[in-house]
Design a binder for this molecule. Structure first.
Ligand SMILES: [Zn+2]
Length: 112
């Protein structure tokens, strides 16, 4: 996994108020300082693991299908985003710095 700093990538290729994104094998951050935010990096690392398990392409497909379904269900962008199973797993465990050492494969399915 490599960490890249690219304010312009974040600005043009992610929704508003996003400061980082995981695109296996990279974590792309808006600002260098975010590198030191342990829980933010752990959150993105959880996404890297999810992407590896799903060969990246299936992660993207499931992520956006779930998001669309939840957007129709809740009619609220933030609520839909926070309820995507991949995000629920990442938010629930981002402050547990040992999580990835003990995490079982496909653990995001527990959050469906
Ligand atoms: Zn996330």
């Amino acid at each position: 996994m490599w960490i890249l700093i690219s304010p312009s990538f974040i600005k043009y290729f992610t929704p508003k108020n996003v400061s980082g994104i995981s695109i296996f094998p990279f974590i792309i951050l808006e600002k260098r300082e975010i590198k030191h935010d342990k829980s933010f990096i752990n959150h993105e690392l959880i996404h890297i693991y999810q992407q590896m398990e799903l060969f990246f392409i299936f992660f993207i497909l499931i992520y956006y299908l779930e998001f669309l379904f939840l957007l129709i269900k809740y009619r609220n962008f933030q609520k839909a985003y926070h309820n995507i199973s991949f995000e629920r797993e990442a938010y629930a465990n981002e402050s547990n710095y040992n999580y990835l050492k003990t995490r079982k494969w496909y653990s995001f399915t527990k959050y469906w």
